[in-house]
Ligand binder design. Structure first.
Ligand SMILES: Nc1ncnc2c1ncn2[C@@H]1O[C@H](COP(=O)(O)OP(=O)(O)O)[C@@H](O)[C@H]1O
Ligand code: SF4
Ligand SMILES: [Mg+2]
Length: 372
């Protein structure tokens, strides 16, 4: 733990505070935690366990290829996902949700960190090593308009992966696809039709059917309803829930909309600027949101109970750059509760109740009381 943070906040002289030294110390602590956790075996009960995952995009390199400017899209995130459950990832646009989903699926190579899938660390798997896993891990994209090939019929779109991966004997493909279409609420005669003939909701059903055609265990749903009319969103989420139950699927469900995440998730990870700022069970996050950022997201969700009117918290300022994020707590430039310490020292994770974790200095004392 940082020496500075062990002192009472009042003892630290922030007027002469060496921010560069503090940053160096924090980096050392993060590296030490990573090395320590690396020695631990994966949790055998998890389908997916992500440890200290980082994905930095290099924006500028030296002639020898050394990064000069990096964008820290995902910066040291860890969590576990158990079979059959849904982990919701929520946060504003640009906070790193898509990058995280794509990195877990190895569509991007992680900068560092471990990704255990079924107990094996796939973080450094080559594309050849990933091939047998590709059917087990699938993704549903946000935009059902651009993610379907326009010149293929629905039947062809859904048959192709089934044939490529030998999911059923060739002569059974059509029967298998029609059955899958039925499960996804698509009529038989759609088989001969083209994607452009359908509405957004129907197209997203086709995308879902395509992802499930290879019988995956794990599906990243990246804002699957964000491009749809509100009236259609609930139908698609209900379909995802139904299919999850029928097929024992495990989801990573990404959305910028907390009310959508609430409806489908068992656990929720709140992200801000590449970091996880709060994590907990759905009911705990909703009963007792801790992080000021989570609270601000909540204030934007309409409350159906007219007696419980909450005031909307409008965050000040723009989302800072991930190339040069604020020192200390990354949320400090917009946080309504920001204290002096927040501008200099990054808050550590604290477990406030069982499996409910937050990174915020407002809870530093909770930790100290526990230590007494
Ligand atoms: N391929 C890329 N190259 C460089 N920067 C990227 C790339 N993909 C995403 N980013 C940047 O990474 C950050 C996180 O993006 P993203 O994961 O798409 O966020 P979200 O899905 O939460 O909106 C953003 O600042 C975005 O501009
Ligand atoms: S650490 Fe400080 S700035 Fe960051 S969320 Fe907590 S109170 Fe706000
Ligand atoms: Mg995204």
């Amino acid at each position: 733990m940082s020496e500075e943070i062990n002192k009472s906040v009042n003892e630290i002289d922030f007027s002469n505070f060496d921010d560069a030294l503090q940053e160096e110390k924090e980096e050392q602590i993060r590296n030490a935690n990573y090395e320590k956790d690396k020695t631990l075996p994966p949790d055998p009960d998890c389908l997916l366990e992500v440890r200290h995952i980082k994905k930095y995009f290099t924006l500028k390199k030296t002639l020898l290829g050394k990064p000069i400017t990096e964008l820290r899209a995902v910066d040291d995130v860890s969590f576990k996902v158990y079979p059959g459950e849904t982990l919701g990832i929520v946060g504003e646009s640009g906070c790193g949700k898509t990058t995280m989903g794509r990195t877990i699926l190895k569509l991007y190579d992680p900068t560092s960190g471990q990704i255990f899938f079924e107990g094996n660390d796939i973080a450094n798997y080559t594309s050849k090593e990933m091939r047998p896993l590709r059917t087990k891990m699938q993704i549903i994209f946000q935009d059902p308009y651009s993610s379907l090939p326009p010149r293929q019929t629905v039947g062809d779109i859904l048959s192709e992966p089934v044939k490529v991966h030998n999911i059923v004997p060739k002569e059974k493909t059509k029967e298998y696809v029609l059955n899958l279409m039925d499960q996804c609420g698509l009529r038989d005669y759609y088989y001969e039709r083209y994607p452009h003939e359908f509405s957004g909701g129907q197209r997203q059903r086709i995308c879902i059917a395509r992802a499930l055609s290879v019988n995956p265990k794990f599906v990243v749903c990246d804002e699957p309803v964000s491009a749809l009319d509100v009236s259609i969103q609930a139908q698609i989420i209900n379909l995802l829930k139904k299919l999850q139950k029928e097929r024992q699927l495990t989801y990573l469900f990404i959305s910028h909309d907390l009310s959508v995440v609430k409806y489908i998730s068992d656990k929720i990870c709140v992200m801000y600027l590449g970091n996880m700022v709060e994590y907990g069970k759905n009911e705990d996050i909703f009963r007792n949101p801790l992080h000021p950022y989570t609270i601000s997201l909540f204030s934007a969700v309409p409350n159906p109970d007219p007696n419980k009117k909450s005031k909307r918290i409008i965050l000040k300022g723009d989302i800072p750059s991930q190339v040069n994020p604020p020192k200390g707590c990354k949320f400090s430039t917009r946080c309504p509760n920001c204290m002096e310490i927040c501008k200099h020292i990054a808050p550590e994770y604290k477990e406030i109740e069982k499996d409910h974790i937050v990174a915020c200095h407002l809870f530093d004392d909770v930790n100290k009381q526990d230590e007494k």
